[in-house]
Design a protein around this ligand. Sequence first.
Ligand code: NAD
Length: 276
Amino acid sequence: MSEQPIIQLNDHKSIPQIGLGVWQTPNDTAVIAVEAALRNGYRHIDTAAIYGNEQGVGEGIRASGVAREQIYVTTKLWNDDQGFDSALRACETSLKKLGTDYVDLYLIHWPSPHRGLYLDSWKALVRLQEDGRARSIGVSNFGAEQLERIIGETGVKPVLNQVELHPRFQQRELREAHSRLGIATQSWSPLGQGQLLNDAVVGGIAAKHSKTPAQVLIRWHLDHNFIVIPKSVTPLRIAENFAVHDFRLDEDDRHQLDALDSADGRIGPDPNTATF
Ligand code: NAD
């Protein structure tokens, strides 16, 4: 198996630092992408109930021949299922679709503050961890105050917060809160949904190292200690995105990429104003 960097989590478990993201991937494609990733050395898959492909992810895992306990599987509670009892039920549904009796990580997908249910949902995740249905629990798209609230009310810290993060949107303030609270940072849309692949700065650094823009971007996330889940359904690109361990960015590269941060660099929805 390829070299596999690991991040230690605050619940004494660990997570492979690179995973395969499978958003916008139908079931039949997910089978192929997940199998290709696992055959290429990936040991971490990031799905969600709302992606509608947990079944395909489960099939891909079984098709790969890699043992379940060697694979880190994340899924997420969708907003419509927030609340204590409904979150417990939603997790059971996800487990059934995945064909597994536990997930390695269960996340609240969005805080969805207008629903007023994320604290109840978090209490359900605490229960799911106690029951062994989720080995670790975390959140996604949470702000610092929301993190502090769920920790304050339950005494249980999310292991990570999965947020939009790429060189054009670096979440510096939120990352400081993560460091203060002992929560790992996981980057979604790490390639800026592909938009950063044509960036001239990224391209220049890629040419200098004889690497691809995607590899440079993934290396940037790794060097910042983020957990990164690039998405591709193309086996060659899936392999390319994992082949990032034979080069390092130098200080000048990192400086240039860090300088791409932009006030209007967000691509996805703002979690505080999203109405879904
Ligand atoms: P991404 O930043 O990973 O970019 C994916 C795009 O880049 C795709 O169009 C793909 O074709 C292209 N690409 C990937 N590798 C390439 C390569 N080597 N060469 C050329 N093109 C390449 O975008 P994403 O899918 O938005 O984010 C990754 C994952 O993050 C998702 O699949 C999902 O698992 C997760 N995510 C989570 C949330 C959340 O709210 N928690 C939101 C969005 C995404």
